[in-house]
Design a protein around this ligand. Structure first.
Ligand code: ADP
Length: 553
C-alpha cells in the first residue's frame, strides 16, 4: 500500500514544535518560578520564567533593530547566566540561529568556528570581552559586539562601538507574538570540541530541540519536574546545556545557573542555598564538589542538602563515584550517553522493575552502564561490514544511532551526508548492548587498545584505577609495543598528599580486570591535558608517550 492510500487522517490539531511555544508556556504556567544566576563578580541575579519570556521578546525586536534577518546566525560567548538564557529563547524563537561559542577553545579555534558559522553579531560576557577582541582582531567580516551587562559595568575596551545589553533590551519593545515558523527551522548551532580534526557544526532544529527536551522530563530520563530546583553545570556553549534550559521551562523547574564560578566551594554553596534537588554535569566536576563537601560539611549539613538526583554524561561514570554519592549524600546517580551530534541525550541508566531489591553490588554494576535508549531514538551495534544488530545480540562494535534528535549532516555539508544508507549515524564509540538494552561503552574507536588481536577497554581500566582512594584522575592509553602491537599505559593524577606504589596499584587493578589487561607501566603526572569540554586529550598523550614501551617507535 502506498504511503497515503486508504489511510484515514486523524482530526487532531497539528501545531509546530517551536522554541517560542516553550517559553510562552513557561510564562503562562510557571511565570513566577525563579531563574537564578551568578554574575561575573559573584553577585546573584534573580529572574523568573515570565521575565525571561518578556526580555527574550525585547531581544527579538532588538535583533531586528541590529539589522539581522531570519536565518542569520547570532553568536554568543558566555557562561551559564540569565542573559544567555534570554538568548536561548529570543534568538531562535524570532527565527534566527543561536551559535554558541566555547570560550575554553584556543583563540584560533574560536576564530575558525565563528567564521564557519558566519555570525555578524556577537553577544559576549564582560569577562570574555578581551578574548572576543583577540578573536575579532584578525576576523575578515565586521561583527557587532553586544556586552552582556549594563552600560555602567562595561569593561575597558579598545573598541568604541560596543553595545551594552541592558541598553539594547531597555530600548526595545517586546515582540507582540513570535513569528510562525516551520518546526524544522534551524534553531541553534553548536560545534563539536574538535578532539580530532577541526570542530564540526551541528545544526539543531526547533523540532529536534523540543522533542529532545520533552524526553528529558520522562521518568526514565531526568524526570525533570515543577518540584525540581535544577543546577545546570554543563556549559551553555556545549550541546545546549544538554537541553535543560528548554526542558526546565516546559515543566516549570527552578533553574540555577552557576556563572563562571565552577569551583567546589561555590557549587556546594549553590546546592545548599538554592535548595537544589537535581543537577547534571560531567563526572569530573562532581569529584571536586564531593571533595569539598566531604572536607567541610558536617553530617548535619550534608543531611540538610535537598539534592536527590545527579545526571552524568559526556564520559563514563566511574563506579567509585556512584558509591561515593550514595555513601556521602544518599543521592541517586543516573548515567547517560550522548554527544553533540545527538542533542545529546539518547540513553539513560535507571533500574527496571525487575531490578527491584537487587543487591547493591549489582545495582552498582548497572549504574556504571551508559544507558538504555529513550523513545525517539534507536541504537545499534555495527560490524565491520555495516551490519547492525540491536539489543541482546551481544556484539561488540561501532555504536550507531538514529532518531528525532540525531544530526543527519554537519553544517555546511550536504544534508544526510553523515548517515549510512539505512540512516544510521556512526557515533565513533565502541559498545555492546545487552539483552535489556543497556549500552556499555568500551571506548571511543580511536582510543581502543589493540593488544595481540584483542581489545582492551581503556574506560574499564580507568574506572578501576579511580576506585583507588589515592587516585584523583586516571587515563589509559594504548602505546606501541614491539610484540603485542599496543599495550596499556596508565597515567595517574593522585589526590593531594597521597601516594601509591606501582605494586599496590597493580594489585588493586587485579581485583577489577583480567590479568592480561594490566597496564605495562604506570606513570604519575601532575595533571592531564583536557579539551574545552573537559575530556582528556588522549591523542596528545599518545604522541607524548609513543616511545614509552618501545624506544624504536
Ligand atoms: P566532542 O565534542 O569532544 O566530540 P561530545 O561532548 O560530543 O564530545 O562527547 C561525546 C562523546 O563522549 C561520546 O562519543 C563518548 O565517547 C563520550 N561519552 C558520552 N557519554 C558517555 C558515557 N556515558 N560513557 C562513556 N563515554 C561517554
Amino acid at each position: 500500500m502506498g504511503k497515503d492510500e486508504g489511510a484515514m487522517m486523524g482530526l487532531m490539531q497539528c501545531l509546530p514544535l517551536t522554541i517560542g511555544s516553550v517559553i510562552d508556556h513557561a510564562a503562562r504556567n510557571h511565570g513566577a518560578t525563579e531563574v537564578v544566576s551568578r554574575r561575573v563578580d559573584g553577585s546573584f541575579e534573580r529572574s523568573t520564567w515570565a521575565q525571561v519570556a518578556q526580555r527574550s521578546r525585547r531581544l527579538a525586536t532588538a535583533l531586528d533593530a541590529l539589522g539581522t534577518a531570519p536565518g542569520d546566525r547570532i553568536a554568543s560567548l558566555a557562561w551559564n547566566r540569565i542573559p544567555h538564557l534570554e538568548l536561548y529563547y529570543g534568538v531562535p524563537a524570532s527565527g534566527r540561529v543561536l551559535h554558541t561559542l566555547n570560550p575554553r577553545l584556543f583563540e584560533e579555534q574560536i576564530r575558525y568556528v565563528l567564521a564557519d558559522g558566519g555570525a555578524r553579531v556577537l553577544f559576549v560576557d564582560p569577562d570574555l570581552l578581551a578574548l572576543a577582541e583577540g578573536v575579532l582582531a584578525i576576523h575578515d567580516a565586521p561583527v557587532t559586539v553586544v556586552v552582556l551587562c549594563a552600560r555602567e559595568d562595561m569593561p575597558a575596551s579598545t573598541r568604541d562601538d560596543l553595545i551594552a545589553y541592558e541598553d539594547l533590551i531597555a530600548a526595545a519593545d517586546p515582540l507582540a507574538a513570535w513569528p510562525d515558523l516551520d518546526e524544522r527551522t534551524a534553531s541553534s548551532l553548536c560545534y563539536t570540541s574538535g578532539t580530532t580534526g577541526a570542530p564540526k557544526g551541528v545544526l539543531y532544529s526547533h523540532r529536534s530541540t523540543v522533542l529532545h527536551a520533552m524526553s528529558l522530563m520522562t521518568a526514565d530520563s531526568m524526570a525533570l519536574s515543577a518540584r525540581d530546583n535544577a543546577l545546570l553545570l554543563p556549559p551553555m556553549f556545549h550541546v545546549n546545556s544538554w537541553g535543560v534550559p528548554y526542558g526546565s521551562a516546559m515543566c516549570g523547574a527552578k533553574l540555577v545557573l552557576p556563572g563562571a564560578q565552577l569551583d567546589g566551594a561555590s557549587l556546594h554553596a549553590l546546592l545548599r542555598d538554592e535548595a537544589i534537588t537535581f543537577s547534571l554535569g560531567v563526572p569530573t566536576v562532581w569529584f571536586s564538589i564531593l571533595d569539598q563537601i566531604e572536607r567541610t560539611a558536617t553530617a548535619e549539613e550534608r543531611g540538610a542538602l535537598r539534592l536527590e538526583r545527579v545526571f552524568m554524561g559526556g564520559a563514563a561514570t566511574p563506579r567509585a563515584l556512584v558509591q561515593r554519592f550514595r555513601d556521602l549524600l544518599g543521592v541517586e546517580t543516573m548515567q547517560a550517553w550522548g554527544m553533540t551530534e545527538t542533542s545529546p541525550v539518547v540513553a539513560v541508566t535507571r533500574p527496571m522493575g525487575r531490578h527491584h531489591g537487587q543487591p547493591w553490588e549489582e545495582e552498582l554494576d548497572l549504574r556504571a552502564k551508559a544507558g538504555r535508549c529513550l523513545f525517539g531514538c534507536e541504537v545499534g551495534v555495527a560490524d565491520a561490514d555495516g551490519n547492525v544488530t540491536g539489543p541482546g545480540a551481544d556484539a561488540v562494535g561501532a555504536l550507531v544511532v538514529r532518531g528525532h534528535w540525531v544530526t543527519n549532516g554537519y553544517f555546511g555539508k550536504e544534508p544526510g551526508s553523515a548517515l549510512d544508507a539505512q540512516g544510521w549515524f556512526d557515533s565513533g564509540d565502541i559498545a555492546r548492548i545487552d539483552a535489556d538494552g543497556f549500552v556499555q561503552i568500551t571506548d571511543r574507536s580511536k582510543d581502543v587498545i589493540k593488544s595481540g588481536g584483542e581489545w582492551i577497554s581503556s574506560i574499564d581500566l580507568e574506572n578501576a584505577a579511580v576506585a583507588h582512594p589515592a587516585v584523583k584522575e586516571a587515563a589509559v592509553i594504548g602505546v606501541p609495543h614491539p610484540r603485542w602491537q599496543e599495550r596499556p599505559l596508565l597515567l595517574l593524577v593522585l589526590q593531594p598528599g597521597e601516594a601509591v606504589t606501582r605494586e599496590a596499584m597493580l594489585a588493586h587493578l587485579t581485583e577489577h580486570v583480567a590479568r592480561w589487561w594490566l597496564p605495562d607501566d604506570i606513570v604519575t603526572v601532575d595533571e592531564l591535558p583536557h579539551t574545552g569540554s573537559g575530556k582528556v586529550i588522549k591523542s596528545e598523550l599518545r604522541d607524548q608517550y609513543r616511545h614509552h614501551l618501545d624506544p624504536a617507535q
